[in-house]
Ligand binder design. Structure first.
Ligand code: BES
Ligand code: ZN
Ligand code: ZN
Length: 513
């Protein structure tokens, strides 16, 4: 999709469909909704005034209203898109609103549309501060790009309904300069296209996306974008003595893949500058291994590589946004299978760091591949670590599907991530990961065991296990098991792979220096 910014009056723009945002400005909770359009154009306001006066349209988030042949403006159709309460308006609502406009247009076979950039007439000065120009433009571009794909590539009768062009119509003013709007648009397109790349990887079934295929697609993206990429397999894991990662991989016919990507800033940073390490769990299918999972729902375990895919997408965006910080990604990819050669409960394996691990449950495989990945990232010189993984069902039990889990050994790093995640419009909730939980992973016969001695607090036991391998290095762990796949479509986005964590990680990395 081409997205262009036009500094132009929306009412006089010729287009098959013009979308405009509306908010509810009723301040009293009990009062009837009072929708107003976010535009300073009288012609646009007049075109919608009669239908808005009926009270049928409440401007709630994701609600739409379509008018054909609207009077007094040149567009063939006017689509009013609700963003919810004016009081709580932030770029996050604009992201969802832009997505809703796009997804309302797609089934109608309309291939081109225009969107009026939100203008502030209806709002108090206070709420305006929550809708800064560049961040809002970025969010609109992201919302539109993210709304475009439908994950139906395996349907023989699929029809391509992709939208070809979106024109964003804006006026430049003191509060919103053209340069800021252009920057926001560019950033939004880069970030959302990277997130869509992540989503397309997560969507692939396990028979198509094996660890080697994940490596091929990553390497091909890297050569396109100009990132250094190295792909290794069993031999290198043996050389590095990655006993934990190897144990998981040994039950599968498919060889594992250890993928590294390196982004170097144009200006070489000082020797003391931070080096960020992004580590992803890339289990291309998780049967549970010898501790096999029940058949019901097992097909979902093709998305057990969503953490890896998030890091791959984040690297793609980082390479294009070019921050002044070095970033290294380490992807640990394997298939977790039961087999004559598979690892077993009771086995003791030695990780790359030398820590010995008693295997209690072969379904707790993600933490094993990450243990070696995190340690390896440290040996590559990373001073700050972040990992993403569909790690535990327990995290889904704790937080549901609206917030992913956030764990850290550093309050200041967790705070920096939380700031980034808010700007990115994603939701993570911090859970504890403090020394007193260490009891849960002590083993009788090795240094630690791979599941908690108790079934309570399983997401925390998993985080405590990972903490053993990061030491004092500031570290963030994201458990995205509940948020990586959405079974229900939203008005602004298709169902299926969500690409969770890409935007927050990119924001965290690009605001690091
Ligand atoms: N891949 C799963 C976690 C998962 C669950 C991802 C639901 C997405 C949705 C992970 O490898 C796993 O099986 N974890 C076990 C750990 C247990 C054996 C300690 C779990 O959560 O049950
Ligand atoms: Zn598992
Ligand atoms: Zn898993």
């Amino acid at each position: 999709m081409d997205i262009t910014l036009l500094v132009q009056d929306a009412a006089s723009f010729q287009t098959p469909l013009l979308a405009v945002f509306a908010v509810d400005i009723a301040t009293d909770e009990a009062a009837e909704p009072h929708p107003v359009l976010l535009t300073t154009s009288d012609a646009l306001t007049d075109a919608a005034s009669r239908v808005l006066a009926t009270g049928e349209f409440k401007a709630s988030l994701g609600e739409t209203l379509l008018l054909h042949a609207p009077a007094g403006i040149r567009a063939e159709r006017l689509l009013v898109v609700g963003l919810g309460k004016a009081k709580s308006l932030t770029p996050a609502q604009a992201r969802k609103g832009a997505g809703t406009a796009l997804r309302a247009v797609k089934p109608r076979g309309i291939r081109e549309l225009a969107l009026a950039f939100p203008e502030d007439r209806a709002l108090s000065d206070e709420s305006l501060e929550n809708l800064p120009c560049q961040a809002t433009m970025r969010a609109i571009a992201e919302g539109a790009e993210l709304a475009d794909p439908d994950f139906d590539i395996y349907k023989s009768d699929r029809k391509d309904k992709a939208v070809r062009a979106l024109s964003i119509l804006a006026r430049s003013s003191e509060r919103s300069t053209r340069a800021e709007m252009e920057d926001g648009l560019r950033e939004g397109m880069i970030i959302a296209r990277a997130q869509n790349f992540t989503r397309s990887l997560v969507n692939e079934p396990g028979n198509v996306l094996t660890p080697s295929e994940l490596a091929r697609r990553t390497a091909s993206m890297c050569s396109e974008i100009g990132l250094r990429c190295e792909v290794h397999s069993t031999e290198k894991l043996e050389e590095l003595q990655m006993g934990a990662f190897l144990a998981v991989a040994q039950g599968s016919e498919q060889p594992p893949a250890l993928i590294t990507m390196t982004y170097e800033p144009t200006e070489p940073p000082a020797a003391t500058a931070p080096v960020l390490g992004l580590v992803g769990k890339g289990i291309t299918f998780d049967t549970g291994g010898i501790s096999i999972k029940p058949a019901d729902g097992m097909e979902k375990m093709k998305y057990d590589m969503a953490g890896a895919a998030a890091m791959i997408g984040a690297m793609r965006a980082i390479a294009e946004l070019k921050p002044a910080v070095k970033v290294i990604a380490v992807i640990c990819s394997a298939e977790n299978m039961p087999d004559g050669k598979a690892y077993k409960p009771g086995d003791v394996v030695t990780s790359m760091s030398g820590t010995t691990i008693e295997i209690i449950n072969t379904d707790a495989e993600g933490r094993l591949v990450l243990a070696d990945g995190l340690h390896y990232a440290k040996t590559l010189g990373c001073t700050h670590l972040i990992d993403a993984a569909t790690l535990t069902g327990a995290c889904v039990v704790a937080l549901g599907i609206l917030n992913a889990g956030l764990f850290s050994n550093s309050d200041s790093e967790a705070g920096r991530f939380q700031d980034a995640m808010r700007r990115a419009g994603e939701q993570f909730w911090r859970l504890p990961c403090t020394d007193d939980y260490r009891e849960q992973i002590k083993s009788k016969i090795a240094d630690i065991m791979n599941t908690g001695g108790t079934r309570w607090g399983g997401a925390i036991s998993a985080a405590m296990f990972l903490r053993e391998f990061v030491g004092d290095t500031p570290w963030i762990h994201l458990d995205i098991a509940g948020c990586a796949w959405d079974d229900d479509a939203k008005s602004w986005i298709a169902k299926g792979p969500t690409g969770i964590a890409v935007r927050s990680i990119v924001e965290w990395a690009t605001s690091a220096v």
